[in-house]
Design a protein around this ligand. Structure first.
Ligand code: GDP
Ligand code: GDP
Length: 439
């Protein structure tokens, strides 16, 4: 299950400052697709051992007053729809404004928990002034300074107390929990529904439809190639939204949610349009979440081809996906039904790779040879000596290299070791983690 917290509020109250503080040094995913809104940001963070998604709904760069209002209302509505909890941020230095009031009206109608964060309470005088915010009538009210971090711990304690303790193992016990879960994600119109229909077309393969753990995703239980798996789909959902709201925003939030439920993300892009900045953002978020990934270049029928077209296309695509380029790329046409089943076959392979267990003896045999073949450069006069390596018992393949000076290992050498692992073991589409520990 994924838990999503959205930060809403009028521009300049300090939403992105809080967002950056929550994400600390982790790189945020910035949504720069929209011309009207200030970058929206998405990220994943943890507090008290609980992991959750954070969305900063951004701000509007106003031209005229009424567009401004409409835009903000839209953001709030989407946040109310899609998030599990909301941080409603106001500004103590300015006090309550009309726009704040109109947002309160919207928020009152939602049944999601709302945490009022009165920001910029940097000192006692501000705290005193800020008492007017009690009049807004929220049950949860926090006086914070996003700039200094004061009060932010309390609000996070409150929010994370809503997240169920360790929901993973519980999930694993159910039948569905034990099956590979694949999420089909991608921007509107890349062909997600069509792909799903093409697969569903093989009626014999469907075992059952199960309501997703989040209200918005559909889980379909398949049996194909004698393998059972669950497809998580968020594609049909947009068709439910009557208002044309903000398709991109919905699709991103849904992709993130589907991703959280999945073991492997199947990312579709449109061959005729190429990969967009948004796709790259989603891709790197999946990698950071440690999900298996494969990329489908759909609508390949629309591309004029010569001998090397696919090869060149893939090469170009991968420069955009760097540094994580060891990813299966499949050129498909749902329309012409080419290579559709290869998708499932590959997703199953990625799933298996993500659960790879390499024995310590095999790992050391291969990796110590690699270390021997190319020694790390000498740092501060000490040669770096890697003694042995083990795979850690974690969900995402992780490797610990035991050495004499772990803090001296440079990124280039780390990358060399990762490449060696990748070229010797089946890890395509699987993000891996590498640690250096003191022997
Ligand atoms: P957003 O538009 O709501 O995302 O607001 P920003 O995060 O961009 O912040 C708007 C301005 O408020 C920036 O100049 C911030 O430095 C400032 N700001 C944010 N948080 C605080 C705070 O806790 N105290 C003070 N004094 N200024 C803050
Ligand atoms: P979704 O929004 O990602 O679910 O995309 P849809 O499945 O609704 O597809 C969007 C449009 O792309 C529809 O008009 C499809 O017919 C078309 N489409 C899907 N797959 C292909 C393909 O392989 N080739 C071509 N030419 N069009 C496709």
């Amino acid at each position: 299950m994924s838990f999503t917290v959205a930060i809403v509020g009028r521009p300049n109250v300090g939403k992105s400052t809080l967002f950056n503080r929550l994400l600390e040094q982790r790189k945020a995913i910035v949504d720069d697709i929209s011309g009207v809104t200030r970058d929206r940001q998405y990220g994943v963070t943890d507090w008290n051992g609980k992991t959750f998604n954070v969305i900063d709904t951004g701000g509007f760069v106003p031209d005229t007053e009424d567009i401004f209002e409409t835009e903000i209302r839209k953001q709030v509505r989407i946040a109310i729809d899609e998030a599990d909890a909301l941080i409603f941020m106001t500004d103590a230095a300015i006090g309550i404004t009309e726009l704040d009031e109109s947002m309160v009206t919207l928020l009152r109608r939602s049944d999601k928990p709302v945490y009022l964060a009165v920001n910029k309470v940097d000192n006692n005088q501000r705290l005193f002034d800020a008492s007017e915010f009690y009049s807004m009538g929220f049950e949860h009210i926090y006086f914070i300074s996003s700039m200094t971090g004061s009060g932010t711990g309390e609000i996070l304690d409150a929010i994370t107390s809503l997240i169920p303790e360790m929901d993973k193992p519980e999930d694993e016990e159910t039948k569905e929990g034990a099956l590979p879960k694949f999420a089909i994600i991608g921007q509107p119109n890349v062909g997600k529904s069509s792909l799903l229909n093409a697969l569903i077309g093989e009626e014999r393969t469907i075992v059952s439809n199960i309501a997703g753990t989040t209200r918005d995703s559909i889980h379909t239980h398949y049996n194909l190639f004698n393998k059972e798996f669950i497809l998580i789909d968020t594609a049909g959902l947009r068709k439910k939204t009557k208002e044309k709201e903000d398709l991109e925003f919905y699709s991103v939030i849904r992709a993130i949610r589907a991703m959280d439920e999945a073991d492997v993300c199947i990312l579709l892009i449109d061959a005729s349009k190429g990969i967009t900045a948004q796709d790259v953002n989603i891709f790197s978020l999946a990698a950071r979440k440690g999900k298996g990934i494969l990329v489908l270049v759909n609508k390949w029928d629309l591309v004029e081809k010569t001998t090397n077209t696919a090869r060149d296309y893939e090469k170009q695509l991968k420069t955009k996906l760097a540094p994580f380029t060891d990813v299966p790329v499949i050129f498909i046409s749902v329309k012409e039904k080419t290579r559709i089943f290869k998708v499932i076959e590959t997703a199953l392979q990625v799933y298996d790779s993500r659960h790879i267990k390499i024995t310590t003896s095999k790992l050391n045999e291969v990796m110590l040879k690699a270390v021997e073949a190319y020694h790390a450069p000498v740092v501060r006069g000490h040669p770096l000596k890697i003694k042995y390596v083990v795979q850690l018992p974690t969900a995402v393949p992780s490797f610990a290299f035991f050495c004499n000076y772990p803090e001296d290992v440079k990124p280039a050498y780390r990358n060399y070791l990762e490449n060696q692992l990748r070229s010797n073991f089946a890890l395509s589409g699987v993000p891996i983690r590498i640690f250096f520990r003191k022997k």
